[in-house]
Design a protein around this ligand. Structure first.
Ligand SMILES: [Zn+2]
Length: 157
């Protein structure tokens, strides 16, 4: 199979590894095969007592296939969350750099310390609490001394 890239659209990788796809495909094939075997065995038996083990087997196949699907979805969601987090962190850093360049080019430096500021945990720039670079991130309040020592955000500053 060939893949084509449409200009202007980002290439989105699958959140599932080939191994996860292979494991879930095997589980589903086994589950569907088990259901088919169960169906055929049940249809050959006239009494419920003789059918019962195959019904239980078939239900076990359904539950197993469902669990495999749930695990597969969980792995995909986990991968998406990790990608989301790393992309957001990368975006914050890029926007901070762009903001710094814009502020340096304009020659304007905002005076900070007169209003509350926060810093994203692990980063050292002072932001206004409503800054788009802080929204959704773990942030701590900075006291005025910390704000004076910290680099100012080029976006909200
Ligand atoms: Zn900011």
């Amino acid at each position: 199979m060939t893949s084509s890239v449409t200009p202007g659209r980002p290439v989105v990788a699958s959140p599932w590894s080939d191994r996860a796809n292979a494991v879930v495909a095997i589980c589903w094939v086994l589950g569907l095969g088990g259901i088919a075997v169960s169906w055929m065995q049940v249809s050959n038996e006239a009494r419920f007592a003789d059918q019962q083990p195959w019904v239980v087997f078939g239900l076990g196949c359904v539950v197993g296939a469902a669990l495999a699907g749930g695990l597969w979805l969980g792995l995909g969601l986990k991968a998406v969350r990790v990608l989301e987090r790393t992309t957001a962190d990368r975006l914050v850093r890029v926007l901070e750099e762009v903001g710094d360049r814009r502020a340096a080019a304009s020659g304007v430096r905002r005076v900070v310390g007169a209003e509350p500021h926060v810093a994203v945990v692990g980063l050292n720039r002072a932001h206004r609490p409503d800054c788009q670079l802080v929204v959704g991130k773990d942030a701590v309040a900075l006291d005025p001394a910390q704000v004076r020592e910290a680099a100012t955000c080029g976006v909200c500053a």
